[in-house]
Design a protein around this ligand. Sequence first.
Ligand SMILES: Cc1cc2nc3c(=O)[nH]c(=O)nc-3n(C[C@H](O)[C@H](O)[C@H](O)COP(=O)(O)OP(=O)(O)OC[C@H]3O[C@@H](n4cnc5c(N)ncnc54)[C@H](O)[C@@H]3O)c2cc1C
Length: 505
Amino acid sequence: MTTRVLVVGAGPVGLTAACQLARLGVDVRVVEKLAAPTTESRAVGVHARSLEMFAALGVLPRLEARGRRIAALQMSDGRTGHLRARMDLADVPTRHPYVLDVAQPDTEAVLTERATELGVSIERGVALTGLTQDTLGVDVTFSDGRTDRVGWVVGADGGHSAVRRLVGEQLHGSFQGQHFAMADVDIDTSLSRDLIHMFTHPDGMAMVFPLAGHRARLMFLVDGTDPAGPTMEQIQALAETRMGGRVQAHHPRWLTYFEVHHAQVSSYRHGRVFLAGDAAHVHSPAGAQGMNTGVQDAANLAWKLALVVRGVADEALLDTYQAERHPVGAAVVRQTTVLTDLGAATGLLGLLRDAVYFVAGHSRRVAAAAATRMAEITIGYPRGPLGVQRGGALPAGEHCPDPAELRDADGTPVSVESLLARPGFLLLTRNRSAQLRLGEIGTVIVLDSATDPLGLGDGMALVRPDGYLGLVSATADQEVVDGYLAAKIGDVAPASVRRPSALAG
Ligand SMILES: Cc1cc2nc3c(=O)[nH]c(=O)nc-3n(C[C@H](O)[C@H](O)[C@H](O)COP(=O)(O)OP(=O)(O)OC[C@H]3O[C@@H](n4cnc5c(N)ncnc54)[C@H](O)[C@@H]3O)c2cc1C
């Protein structure tokens, strides 16, 4: 039987899953329904947690070259221009304290390029149409009549997922929400292009997301939609009214209406089939969480699936994908619902919202906390199934911090993010004499013994391939590592007797 993984959908989530699986040594095939890449610039805001992951994947410089760094979010009164609140991103604890505004087709192009470098086969113009599974594999059918038997399927085929339907799963939630008019245009403006601008207005909120060059995404809350879509005249009229004449739009690329839905599936795993990204959860674009949540689903799933496919881990590890990511998706659906309802509030509730934003936006501490949450930096699995704390200062289950002062054993500056470019686990320690080993599943990194910005002491921290802390221990002890791997990753041979690494790079 083949152990190959089929990824359905070459959107940002499917491509991330394919790249992560391939760099962990798995044979991956991607099928994509569209014959040519989409030009629809849907997700434009890439947050810090995703930027960290893209840096480790080796694609961040390419993404940055196509996008624009955003320093802050600013909320103003659309009629007077008076500032109501500002959320600076500089205080977010990350090596990337900004939002990268980049159009989704650019993100997909960069990920496609990386996937190809990693040897992933991407077949365009091929849709998955059928799927049945047994305990050993999955039989799949494609729109061109071909069939295949694969080991595992990752359904990253978006909000109208065929994979979701074929496994008998469905989205549960609300399918009647607010309507937005959206325009991907060039703009002339007196507004700073380094900020995302949100305008409050009695007719409804409006937003500007500056992209590279003169390009920008404009969004307006509207009462209803027209199947013919908004015209440039309507978009300009909305901008005149709600942005106080500060934005002149031209060169339309994509004008559309969309309705907000908030929903999630019950189960992210159906035997040998997984759901990720919009196939598993849909919600409003408030806070730009959709693609970001999806690419992190992919990063969470990929390393677990890679270890199982390669016969290194027990299949039970795959259940932790649901345990860790379903609650994150549920929280995103809840939070974006509240944010969208607040944004749409009018009358007394609207005034109350403006007052709360004013107070919150003028407290640096509150604004920094909100920015850190929006950047998805607070996401962790502290009570999850894979965190084990045996003393030590770092919190098991949380993402590994990446302090600027980190140095390797030679005293050379280094980052956790760059270390994670090596596929597999990282075992961080300052203790040279412990002689730790990870065998084929990762790399032991001995850090500078003269400094300790991570608070490792004499102990160690096992960082998962997705950057989260698995084991944290006050002592650097091989038996503790082997015990953790046997208990949490599966019934595997101790790291001390495994072959050296054969990961893809
Ligand atoms: C207006 C708007 C603005 C948004 N802004 C943001 C933002 O700023 N930040 C953010 O994080 N998110 C944002 N989102 C959400 C974001 O676009 C989605 O969350 C993201 O695209 C999900 O990625 P995905 O890969 O899961 O799905 P998709 O991007 O939908 O990709 C799925 C792919 O699967 C393919 N496919 C479908 N069926 C099949 C099949 N049967 N066989 C093979 N292939 C198939 C599709 O053609 C598609 O290419 C926005 C969404 C909208 C509508």
